[in-house]
Design a binder for this molecule. Sequence first.
Ligand SMILES: C[S@@+](CC[C@H](N)C(=O)[O-])C[C@H]1O[C@@H](n2cnc3c(N)ncnc32)[C@H](O)[C@@H]1O
Length: 279
Amino acid sequence: MSVIRMERSLGDARQRRIARNFSRAASGYDAEARLQREVADLLIQAIPQGIRPKTVLDVGCGTGYVIAALAQRASQQGTGMTGIGLDIAPGMIESARKRHAALPIHWIVGCAERLPMADASLDLVVSSLALQWCDSLDAVLIEAARVLRPGGWLAFTTLGDESLSELRESWRRVDGEAHVNRFMAPSDLDAILAAARLCLHRCDWATHRTWHADARSALRSLKRIGANTVTARSGQAGLAGRGRMIQLQRELETHRHPRGIPTSYRVATVLMQRQSSRE
Ligand SMILES: C[S@@+](CC[C@H](N)C(=O)[O-])C[C@H]1O[C@@H](n2cnc3c(N)ncnc32)[C@H](O)[C@@H]1O
Protein backbone atom coordinates (compact mmCIF):
# COMPACT_ATOMS: atom_id res chain seq x y z
CA MET A 1 0.00 0.00 0.00
CA SER A 2 1.46 3.37 -0.98
CA VAL A 3 0.93 5.20 2.32
CA ILE A 4 3.35 2.93 4.19
CA ARG A 5 7.06 3.60 3.82
CA MET A 6 9.68 1.13 4.92
CA GLU A 7 9.82 0.41 8.66
CA ARG A 8 12.41 2.42 10.53
CA SER A 9 14.45 1.31 13.52
CA LEU A 10 12.85 1.26 16.94
CA GLY A 11 14.91 3.89 18.69
CA ASP A 12 16.73 3.88 22.00
CA ALA A 13 17.02 1.63 25.04
CA ARG A 14 14.12 3.34 26.81
CA GLN A 15 11.79 2.69 23.89
CA ARG A 16 13.00 -0.90 23.66
CA ARG A 17 12.16 -1.35 27.36
CA ILE A 18 8.67 0.06 26.82
CA ALA A 19 8.22 -2.22 23.81
CA ARG A 20 9.40 -5.24 25.79
CA ASN A 21 7.04 -4.56 28.71
CA PHE A 22 4.01 -4.02 26.49
CA SER A 23 4.89 -7.10 24.43
CA ARG A 24 4.95 -9.14 27.64
CA ALA A 25 1.63 -7.65 28.70
CA ALA A 26 -0.06 -8.32 25.33
CA SER A 27 -1.62 -11.73 26.04
CA GLY A 28 -3.33 -10.61 29.27
CA TYR A 29 -4.01 -7.01 28.22
CA ASP A 30 -7.60 -7.27 26.96
CA ALA A 31 -8.85 -9.02 30.11
CA GLU A 32 -7.49 -6.19 32.26
CA ALA A 33 -8.06 -3.18 30.02
CA ARG A 34 -11.48 -1.96 31.23
CA LEU A 35 -10.30 1.60 31.75
CA GLN A 36 -8.58 1.60 28.35
CA ARG A 37 -11.84 0.47 26.70
CA GLU A 38 -13.80 3.22 28.46
CA VAL A 39 -11.31 5.84 27.29
CA ALA A 40 -11.10 4.38 23.76
CA ASP A 41 -14.89 4.58 23.42
CA LEU A 42 -14.78 8.27 24.42
CA LEU A 43 -12.06 8.82 21.83
CA ILE A 44 -14.19 7.20 19.12
CA GLN A 45 -17.11 9.45 20.13
CA ALA A 46 -14.84 12.51 19.88
CA ILE A 47 -14.20 11.89 16.15
CA PRO A 48 -16.47 14.22 14.15
CA GLN A 49 -19.58 12.23 13.22
CA GLY A 50 -19.92 13.34 9.61
CA ILE A 51 -16.45 12.43 8.36
CA ARG A 52 -15.82 9.31 6.21
CA PRO A 53 -12.05 8.84 6.38
CA LYS A 54 -10.58 6.55 3.71
CA THR A 55 -7.17 6.06 5.36
CA VAL A 56 -6.89 5.80 9.15
CA LEU A 57 -3.85 5.22 11.37
CA ASP A 58 -4.07 4.10 15.02
CA VAL A 59 -0.82 5.05 16.78
CA GLY A 60 0.05 2.82 19.76
CA CYS A 61 -2.84 0.57 18.74
CA GLY A 62 -2.10 -2.12 21.34
CA THR A 63 -4.36 -5.09 20.62
CA GLY A 64 -6.21 -3.04 17.99
CA TYR A 65 -9.48 -2.10 19.70
CA VAL A 66 -9.86 1.42 18.24
CA ILE A 67 -8.79 0.75 14.66
CA ALA A 68 -10.91 -2.44 14.56
CA ALA A 69 -13.97 -0.51 15.80
CA LEU A 70 -13.41 2.15 13.11
CA ALA A 71 -12.92 -0.49 10.39
CA GLN A 72 -16.13 -2.25 11.44
CA ARG A 73 -18.04 1.03 11.48
CA ALA A 74 -16.79 1.91 7.98
CA SER A 75 -17.78 -1.51 6.69
CA GLN A 76 -21.30 -1.18 8.20
CA GLN A 77 -21.58 2.24 6.54
CA GLY A 78 -20.33 0.70 3.28
CA THR A 79 -17.70 3.44 3.00
CA GLY A 80 -14.53 1.36 2.68
CA MET A 81 -11.53 2.30 4.75
CA THR A 82 -7.85 1.37 4.82
CA GLY A 83 -6.88 0.87 8.47
CA ILE A 84 -3.34 0.79 9.82
CA GLY A 85 -2.49 -0.24 13.37
CA LEU A 86 1.00 0.77 14.50
CA ASP A 87 2.66 -0.08 17.81
CA ILE A 88 6.17 -0.11 19.18
CA ALA A 89 5.60 -3.50 20.87
CA PRO A 90 5.84 -6.49 18.48
CA GLY A 91 3.82 -8.60 20.97
CA MET A 92 0.92 -6.16 20.80
CA ILE A 93 0.99 -6.16 16.99
CA GLU A 94 1.01 -9.96 16.95
CA SER A 95 -2.03 -10.09 19.28
CA ALA A 96 -3.86 -7.45 17.24
CA ARG A 97 -3.17 -9.29 13.98
CA LYS A 98 -4.56 -12.57 15.39
CA ARG A 99 -7.52 -10.96 17.12
CA HIS A 100 -8.70 -9.00 14.08
CA ALA A 101 -7.61 -11.37 11.31
CA ALA A 102 -10.95 -10.97 9.53
CA LEU A 103 -10.61 -7.19 9.16
CA PRO A 104 -8.69 -5.40 6.36
CA ILE A 105 -6.13 -3.76 8.63
CA HIS A 106 -2.37 -3.45 8.08
CA TRP A 107 -0.36 -4.05 11.26
CA ILE A 108 3.06 -2.43 11.66
CA VAL A 109 5.71 -2.37 14.36
CA GLY A 110 6.86 1.24 14.53
CA CYS A 111 7.27 4.35 16.64
CA ALA A 112 4.87 7.30 16.98
CA GLU A 113 7.76 9.73 16.72
CA ARG A 114 9.02 8.36 13.39
CA LEU A 115 5.95 7.31 11.45
CA PRO A 116 6.72 5.09 8.45
CA MET A 117 4.06 6.83 6.34
CA ALA A 118 4.26 9.12 3.33
CA ASP A 119 3.52 12.85 3.66
CA ALA A 120 -0.16 13.84 3.37
CA SER A 121 -1.31 10.24 3.03
CA LEU A 122 -3.91 9.88 5.83
CA ASP A 123 -7.38 11.27 6.55
CA LEU A 124 -7.48 10.44 10.25
CA VAL A 125 -4.88 9.64 12.92
CA VAL A 126 -6.14 8.30 16.25
CA SER A 127 -4.28 7.29 19.39
CA SER A 128 -5.61 6.16 22.74
CA LEU A 129 -3.50 6.24 25.90
CA ALA A 130 -0.22 5.69 24.05
CA LEU A 131 1.37 9.10 23.55
CA GLN A 132 2.25 9.56 27.24
CA TRP A 133 4.92 6.90 26.63
CA CYS A 134 6.65 8.93 23.92
CA ASP A 135 9.79 10.99 24.54
CA SER A 136 8.35 14.02 22.81
CA LEU A 137 4.72 14.84 22.16
CA ASP A 138 5.93 17.73 19.97
CA ALA A 139 7.66 15.19 17.71
CA VAL A 140 4.48 13.12 17.51
CA LEU A 141 2.43 16.18 16.54
CA ILE A 142 4.98 17.16 13.87
CA GLU A 143 4.70 13.63 12.46
CA ALA A 144 0.89 13.71 12.60
CA ALA A 145 0.84 17.06 10.77
CA ARG A 146 3.20 15.63 8.14
CA VAL A 147 1.23 12.44 7.42
CA LEU A 148 -2.25 14.02 7.49
CA ARG A 149 -3.80 15.30 4.32
CA PRO A 150 -4.94 18.93 4.38
CA GLY A 151 -8.27 18.87 6.27
CA GLY A 152 -7.36 15.56 7.97
CA TRP A 153 -8.05 14.94 11.66
CA LEU A 154 -6.02 13.90 14.70
CA ALA A 155 -7.89 12.57 17.75
CA PHE A 156 -6.02 11.30 20.78
CA THR A 157 -6.24 10.65 24.49
CA THR A 158 -3.30 10.94 26.84
CA LEU A 159 -2.57 10.95 30.57
CA GLY A 160 -2.04 13.99 32.78
CA ASP A 161 0.11 14.46 35.84
CA GLU A 162 -2.45 13.44 38.47
CA SER A 163 -2.59 9.92 37.00
CA LEU A 164 -1.57 7.05 39.31
CA SER A 165 -1.46 9.56 42.19
CA GLU A 166 -2.25 6.87 44.80
CA LEU A 167 0.74 4.79 43.70
CA ARG A 168 3.06 7.81 43.47
CA GLU A 169 2.12 9.06 46.96
CA SER A 170 2.41 5.58 48.46
CA TRP A 171 5.91 5.10 47.04
CA ARG A 172 6.96 8.52 48.32
CA ARG A 173 5.90 7.49 51.81
CA VAL A 174 7.83 4.22 51.50
CA ASP A 175 11.20 5.64 50.38
CA GLY A 176 10.79 9.26 49.24
CA GLU A 177 11.00 8.29 45.53
CA ALA A 178 8.22 8.66 42.95
CA HIS A 179 8.72 5.30 41.12
CA VAL A 180 5.92 6.29 38.74
CA ASN A 181 6.12 7.95 35.35
CA ARG A 182 5.83 11.70 35.24
CA PHE A 183 2.85 12.59 33.09
CA MET A 184 2.24 15.96 31.54
CA ALA A 185 0.78 18.95 33.42
CA PRO A 186 -2.29 20.47 31.70
CA SER A 187 -0.43 23.77 31.18
CA ASP A 188 2.42 21.93 29.39
CA LEU A 189 -0.05 20.10 27.16
CA ASP A 190 -1.79 23.41 26.36
CA ALA A 191 1.55 24.95 25.36
CA ILE A 192 2.46 22.00 23.10
CA LEU A 193 -0.96 21.99 21.43
CA ALA A 194 -0.79 25.76 20.88
CA ALA A 195 2.63 25.45 19.19
CA ALA A 196 1.59 22.58 16.89
CA ARG A 197 1.00 23.02 13.16
CA LEU A 198 -2.52 21.67 13.66
CA CYS A 199 -5.68 23.56 14.54
CA LEU A 200 -7.03 22.70 18.02
CA HIS A 201 -10.76 21.94 18.19
CA ARG A 202 -10.95 20.61 21.75
CA CYS A 203 -8.94 19.50 24.75
CA ASP A 204 -11.06 18.17 27.62
CA TRP A 205 -9.89 16.60 30.87
CA ALA A 206 -11.70 13.93 32.90
CA THR A 207 -10.76 11.67 35.79
CA HIS A 208 -11.30 7.92 35.43
CA ARG A 209 -10.79 5.33 38.15
CA THR A 210 -10.42 1.60 38.37
CA TRP A 211 -11.24 -0.13 41.67
CA HIS A 212 -9.44 -3.11 43.16
CA ALA A 213 -10.25 -5.51 45.97
CA ASP A 214 -6.83 -4.98 47.57
CA ALA A 215 -3.44 -3.35 47.03
CA ARG A 216 -1.94 -6.50 45.52
CA SER A 217 -4.56 -6.71 42.82
CA ALA A 218 -4.17 -2.97 42.08
CA LEU A 219 -0.44 -3.54 41.49
CA ARG A 220 -1.02 -6.75 39.53
CA SER A 221 -3.50 -4.97 37.28
CA LEU A 222 -0.98 -2.20 36.45
CA LYS A 223 1.55 -4.87 35.54
CA ARG A 224 -0.91 -6.75 33.33
CA ILE A 225 -1.64 -3.67 31.22
CA GLY A 226 2.07 -2.84 30.95
CA ALA A 227 1.62 0.43 32.85
CA ASN A 228 4.23 -0.53 35.42
CA THR A 229 6.97 0.50 32.98
CA VAL A 230 8.89 3.40 34.42
CA THR A 231 10.61 5.64 31.93
CA ALA A 232 14.03 7.19 32.48
CA ARG A 233 14.72 9.25 35.59
CA SER A 234 11.29 8.55 37.11
CA GLY A 235 12.51 6.16 39.77
CA GLN A 236 13.57 2.58 40.24
CA ALA A 237 10.48 0.41 40.11
CA GLY A 238 11.29 -3.23 39.65
CA LEU A 239 14.05 -2.94 42.23
CA ALA A 240 11.58 -3.27 45.07
CA GLY A 241 12.41 -5.97 47.59
CA ARG A 242 9.76 -7.97 49.40
CA GLY A 243 9.84 -5.75 52.51
CA ARG A 244 9.30 -2.58 50.52
CA MET A 245 6.47 -4.19 48.53
CA ILE A 246 4.69 -5.03 51.79
CA GLN A 247 5.18 -1.43 52.95
CA LEU A 248 3.88 -0.18 49.60
CA GLN A 249 0.76 -2.34 49.87
CA ARG A 250 0.16 -0.99 53.38
CA GLU A 251 0.40 2.60 52.08
CA LEU A 252 -1.93 1.84 49.17
CA GLU A 253 -4.47 0.47 51.68
CA THR A 254 -4.71 3.97 53.23
CA HIS A 255 -6.44 5.08 49.97
CA ARG A 256 -9.23 2.53 50.42
CA HIS A 257 -12.81 3.64 49.59
CA PRO A 258 -16.03 1.67 50.08
CA ARG A 259 -15.56 0.52 46.43
CA GLY A 260 -12.01 -0.70 47.02
CA ILE A 261 -8.50 0.61 46.29
CA PRO A 262 -8.63 3.23 43.52
CA THR A 263 -6.19 3.76 40.67
CA SER A 264 -6.84 7.21 39.19
CA TYR A 265 -6.17 8.31 35.64
CA ARG A 266 -6.42 11.94 34.53
CA VAL A 267 -7.24 11.73 30.83
CA ALA A 268 -7.11 14.47 28.17
CA THR A 269 -9.15 14.00 25.00
CA VAL A 270 -7.77 16.13 22.17
CA LEU A 271 -9.15 16.82 18.70
CA MET A 272 -7.03 18.66 16.10
CA GLN A 273 -7.14 19.21 12.36
CA ARG A 274 -4.63 19.95 9.65
CA GLN A 275 -5.72 23.10 7.91
CA SER A 276 -6.94 22.60 4.39
CA SER A 277 -4.60 24.05 1.77
CA ARG A 278 -6.95 26.95 0.93
CA GLU A 279 -6.87 28.34 4.52
C1 LIG B 1 -1.97 1.61 27.32
S1 LIG B 1 -1.60 0.84 25.80
C2 LIG B 1 -2.96 1.42 24.81
C3 LIG B 1 -3.24 0.50 23.65
C4 LIG B 1 -4.50 0.83 22.83
N1 LIG B 1 -4.38 2.14 22.17
C5 LIG B 1 -5.73 0.76 23.68
O1 LIG B 1 -6.40 1.78 23.83
O2 LIG B 1 -6.02 -0.32 24.19
C6 LIG B 1 -0.27 1.85 25.17
C7 LIG B 1 0.33 1.33 23.87
O3 LIG B 1 1.24 2.30 23.36
C8 LIG B 1 2.34 1.61 22.77
N2 LIG B 1 3.46 2.56 22.66
C9 LIG B 1 4.22 3.07 23.66
N3 LIG B 1 5.14 3.90 23.16
C10 LIG B 1 4.96 3.92 21.80
C11 LIG B 1 5.61 4.61 20.73
N4 LIG B 1 6.63 5.46 20.94
N5 LIG B 1 5.16 4.39 19.47
C12 LIG B 1 4.13 3.53 19.24
N6 LIG B 1 3.49 2.85 20.21
C13 LIG B 1 3.89 3.06 21.48
C14 LIG B 1 2.56 0.45 23.73
O4 LIG B 1 3.33 -0.58 23.16
C15 LIG B 1 1.14 0.04 24.06
O5 LIG B 1 0.65 -0.94 23.17
